[in-house]
Design a protein around this ligand. Structure first.
Ligand SMILES: [Zn+2]
Length: 285
């Protein structure tokens, strides 16, 4: 599933294509992709002829500021990606939404599983949407140890689950949560409320560091190649992962085989030596 680094790489690629451009037309070929609008037809009707002024991002959401206070929202879901192409170039299978931009450029939303969506929202609709419940962006507004500690205080839930909770912090998914915890030497099963101040500091240092690393290497394209950059290239962070998906392989820090278990209903990977499970390692809060 695309996470913050994949969405940010997509955004950076699309900025020169979309910012300042007029969306001449838009096609929604699978109505499900427009399900966040009350009327699916609102998506093409509201986009047609409108200039996109700025392309931003919050967590895993791309946010395009359109003329007259509308917001274009794109979420890549489980398997979505955006592709920039010239009109007439062959389409990838599962091209479900197409934006026709100035000239003959197309921005194509490819999503086999259709868990992703595209929406065009008025300010009131945006305020009523799940966007307003998102926590601070993990990269643009990274947490401080005190604020993260306050959010985790008294929580018995695994720290992995809390890092995945987009209302606490927006942008981390399964891959980067495992990587952050490995870098910070925190065991993913630890109750959030049991983390020491030193561990909270380590987490807060690891979050932007891991995300910036992921962005620098184009994000993580897994073997299924569901995520690709908009020009079709694969992200190259897969070979740099320390924990995620590396069950039985050596921890790059200490050589111990990485272990895997299901935590918070998600496949979770960690080093049993660098990330010991005993509560109180480093001093409980
Ligand atoms: Zn290790």
């Amino acid at each position: 599933m695309p996470e913050l680094p994949e969405v940010e790489n997509t955004r950076r690629f699309l900025v020169p294509v979309l910012e300042g451009s007029v969306i001449r037309d838009a096609e929604v070929r699978r109505q499900r992709m427009a399900r966040r609008n009350l009327r699916p037809d609102d998506v093409p009707e509201r986009l047609r002829g409108r200039r996109l002024e700025r392309l931003g991002r919050h967590g895993k959401f791309l946010l395009g500021e359109l003329e007259r206070d509308l917001t274009l929202v794109v979420h890549l879901g489980m398997s979505g990606r955006l592709r920039v192409a010239r009109a007439g170039e062959p389409e990838d299978p599962h091209t479900n939404v197409v934006l026709h931009v100035d000239g003959d450029t197309e921005v194509r939303f490819v999503d086999p599983r259709t868990f992703g969506f595209v929406a065009v929202l008025t300010p009131d609709e945006r305020a009523d949407s799940s966007l307003s419940a998102l926590g601070p962006d993990a990269l643009l507004d990274p947490p401080r140890p005190e604020t993260l500690g306050a959010r985790f205080a008294g929580r018995a839930a695994a720290v992995k689950a809390l890092l995945l909770d987009q209302r606490i912090l927006s942008g981390l998914g399964n891959i980067y949560a495992d990587e952050v915890l490995h870098r910070a030497r925190v065991n993913p099963t630890r109750p959030g409320g049991s983390l020491s101040p030193a561990e909270l500091r380590a987490l807060c240092e690891a979050i932007p560091a891991v995300l910036e690393d992921g962005i620098r290497h184009g994000g993580t394209s897994l073997d299924d190649l569901a995520y690709l950059l908009p020009d079709g290239r694969a992200g190259e962070y897969l070979g740099r992962l320390a924990a995620y998906g590396r069950t039985g392989l050596a921890c790059p820090r200490c050589g111990t085989p990485i272990v895997r278990a299901v935590v918070a209903q998600r496949s979770t990977h960690w080093c049993p030596v660098c990330q010991p499970s005993a509560i109180g390692m480093g001093g409980a809060a």
